[in-house]
Design a protein. Structure first.
Lengths: 282, 258
């Protein structure tokens, strides 16, 4: 067991100071702005919780919230099982699995604003590598809502699958071989090995994957906006698009109130998740 | 069946990259001497000849190196404390770094801009390096903590018995022991920082633009998409090199501690 020693705080202090400066301070500022009407930085009026009430009562907010939650759900539902599957597949290759990890990690180093450009180029009906084929079967991401959704989901999966695979592979390869040997002697099925040995042992890794993928998909902006600017007919209008519009329209008070709300939603999900994790661990 | 899976995976991952690389070697805007569709290195020549693009590469390198260095230097002591001791509020600290890791950048972009402009950190790579610590420092702490925890405590005690002080223990014993962990932490910090656009955009209004924003600026009424792709492909090189350096240690990853 680790000894109790409060002098350890001195080692944590630099990290705490830096995070306070770039995290806590701006966060307090954003909450404060949310209660004000801001014309210029010297022209600020107290409006109380008015922006919050406006946002929470608007139908657009609720519709966007629903779309963002659905998108996160679909992204997690596709990427986590697929990532575990790929990690299991790579695991059967022994040492050569490293090459697979390098391959799936490639999209992680592509600048985010270029990822939609890559995919739009790919599905471009005349010049894209996939374009003519997709156009022939009637794929139209510009005017058919669920086609836009599909394109954004495929793009997001391409972008982030590597993170899920790398972390899942890390968890899986850390399982002591003795566990697998014991299961083999017992004649356990492939599914039983996965369900009762591998899955429980990669819980810690999956927790971080779930949280990182949840916030990044829930707050997707750069990629989703570039594909179809929230269209067609608001079908891919996610929460962040509204925030972006308010910032571009210089409505800083409203934008800050909205940002505070988004932060609270993310915080609630994280807190529920951590509470559940702690309870399971006892 | 297995080969089919690997093949499908490779196709899925490589297809967009292949198209980008092909385009980067193709002339996409006709000029006096070249017709559209000619293959060659002209896009790369144009990129390297443009001073603002060269400056962008330098800016990106400066801020990413600075950010990774900051995260490691500040993260290492914190990771050591969390791996070796219990202290009042340690779980709260872990919860706090998790919360900062998952705070959406777009939420903080406005006050960060106002705060940083008061300190003269706008339009400079230093500002970006500092603000990226918000999501990279937690990751660095998680990775380093898991590597330090894997080193048995007796290792520390032996070094102290041999008469090593805190600092010399850190540099002469602990750091060589967890070198792969530092590599992995640097890798994860790099991938989240190199490609980030929200903070990079808001903090570089008129100058100090990193690669991502320089690429953005290349889109215009008549975009030379071949040149854009050449710039993008060049921007992938440090990332690919980074992946290659840590490939054998990547599989250690990091887990959630909260």
């Amino acid at each position: 067991m680790r000894p109790h020693d409060n002098r350890a705080w001195f080692l944590v202090l630099p990290a705490l100071t830096l995070l306070g400066l770039v995290g806590a301070l701006p966060l307090l500022a954003v909450v404060n702005y949310g209660f004000h009407d801001i014309f210029t930085l010297s022209d600020v009026f107290w409006v109380g919780p008015q922006w919050f009430a406006d946002i929470l009562q608007s139908d657009r907010f609720l519709a966007s919230l629903g779309r963002s939650l659905l998108f996160s759900l679909l992204a997690l539902g596709i990427q986590v099982p697929l990532g575990i599957g790929v990690a299991l597949l790579l695991l059967t290759y022994g040492k050569r699995a490293v090459l697979g990890l390098v391959l799936v990690a490639l999209p992680l180093v592509v600048p985010w604003n270029m990822i939609p450009t890559f995919w739009l180029g790919l599905v471009q009906p005349q010049t894209g590598l996939l374009g003519p084929g997709l156009a022939a079967i009637g794929f139209d991401w510009k005017f058919t809502g669920w086609h836009t959704w599909a394109l954004i989901l495929v793009m997001d999966t391409w972008h982030w699958l590597g993170l899920v695979v790398v972390l899942a592979y890390a968890g899986l390869s850390a399982i002591p071989p003795a566990y697998m040997q014991a299961a083999a002697i017992d004649g356990a099925s492939r599914w039983a090995v996965f369900r009762y040995i591998q899955l429980p042992r990669i819980g810690g890794v999956l927790a971080i994957v779930f949280l990182l993928r949840f916030v990044d998909s829930f707050m997707i902006y750069t990629e989703a906006f570039a594909i179809n600017a929230g269209g067609p007919d608001d079908a891919t209008r996610f929460l962040t698009l509204e925030l972006g519009e308010e910032i571009k329209g210089f409505s800083y008070g409203q934008a800050a109130a909205r940002a505070t709300l988004y932060f609270l939603i993310v915080l609630a999900v994280v807190w529920a998740f951590v509470a559940a994790t702690r309870e399971r661990e006892g | 069946m297995r080969y089919l899976g690997v093949l499908a995976l490779a196709g899925f991952i490589l297809l967009p990259l292949v198209q980008a690389i092909l385009l980067s070697f193709t002339a996409t805007l006709p000029t006096d001497s070249l017709t559209e569709g000619t293959l060659g290195l002209m896009n790369y020549r144009n990129v390297l000849a443009a001073p603002e693009l060269r400056a962008a590469m330098l800016n990106s390198l400066i801020y990413v190196v600075l950010n990774v260095a900051l995260c490691i230097v500040i993260g290492l002591p914190a990771a050591y404390a969390l791996a070796r001791y219990r202290f009042v509020g340690d779980r709260h600290f872990l919860l706090m770094i998790l919360v900062f890791r998952v705070t959406p950048p777009v939420v903080l972009s406005l006050p960060i801009f106002i705060l940083f402009s008061q300190f003269g950190l706008v339009n400079s790579p230093v500002g970006i390096a500092l603000v990226h610590c918000l999501f990279n420092l937690p990751v660095a702490i998680w990775v380093l903590e898991s590597f330090i925890r894997a080193v048995p405590r007796e290792f520390d005690e032996t070094a102290f018995l041999d008469g090593h002080s805190g600092a010399s223990f850190f540099f002469r014993h602990l750091i060589p022991q967890i070198a792969p962990g530092i590599g992995v932490a640097a890798f994860f910090c790099f991938i989240f920082s190199w490609v980030e656009v929200v903070f990079a955009r808001i903090l570089t209004v008129t100058g100090g633009k990193p690669i991502t924003m320089a690429i953005q600026a290349m889109f215009s009424f008549q975009t030379d998409i071949g040149m854009v792709m050449a710039m993008t492909c060049l921007s992938l090189i440090p990332g690919v090199a980074m992946i290659w350096f840590v490939r054998h240690h990547l599989a250690r990853g990091f887990t959630l501690r909260a």
